[in-house]
Design a protein around this ligand. Sequence first.
Ligand code: GDP
Length: 296
Amino acid sequence: MFESLQDRLGSILNGLTGRGALSDKDVSAALREVRRALLEADVALEVVRSFTDRVREKAVGAEILKSIKPGQMVVKLVHDELVATLGTEQVAIDLNAPSPVTIMMVGLQGSGKTTTSGKIAKRLTERQRKKVLMASLDTRRPAAQEQLRVLGEQTGVATLPVIAGQGPVEIATRAEQAARLGGYDVLILDTAGRTHIDEPLMAEMAEIKSRANPHEILLVADSLTGQDAVNLARSFDERVGITGIVLTRVDGDGRGGAALSMRAVTGKPIKLIGVGEKMDALEEFHPSRIADRILG
Ligand code: GDP
């Protein structure tokens, strides 16, 4: 395991107890460790830079208190700034629109889109008593539509019957009609991914968006995504326009730096986190917990 930031900063700063205020030099030394900790947690470099600049502004000249060790004081500053960046308020999925409210799930292949579609459908059905329809628009991976159907069966959520040969936009149109005619409250569109971001993927997402007019567009991203997280979030946000992020595999070993990177570059809230493969392994996002994890 890495040495905690608290310990590292303690050995640099705690000798300063009893002195007046943190100098530029003290802060620079501390920020080198903060920077290292963030990079180890897989926060993207450009995000690390702007983040440490903000902490610097708050730390230089900060009075050294008797009641708290200088190392702890800087850890607290860093922690508070992490929480502020990650978003202090919980933002739920917004269903405040005429029915059927359409939620479009986007992201790379394997990020957990289909699993998360099932989890969200189950949660809305059970906790908010919503009538939910799910449709898979993934015509690239032959098993994808079947995977969603099976998840629907497991969770007791309706799925749009598959018609072979239809393309994603046709399916979206049919799903919207079925949801409207069937009196569904919510329609979840599970889109196709790719192994990496490319123009055909973005063009397909933009086309589906313009046809389906979704109220929520949730970017599903693996919390283990490293430096690529910035590029991923920025591309989807600029090209398609996301309304929120769902971070998956938060049950894994990752330190959660991707959360900070994606939130920082898009300003879009992390709405939910996936914490396992099971259909109820979906939780609200607590910035403070991810901040602790990033700090190690
Ligand atoms: P998609 O290609 O984006 O639709 O991804 P899938 O939904 O098929 O998920 C890919 C794999 O990741 C599956 O084996 C899922 O069970 C798994 N998975 C999805 N979300 C989570 C999560 O939060 N935690 C863990 N441990 N596994 C997950």
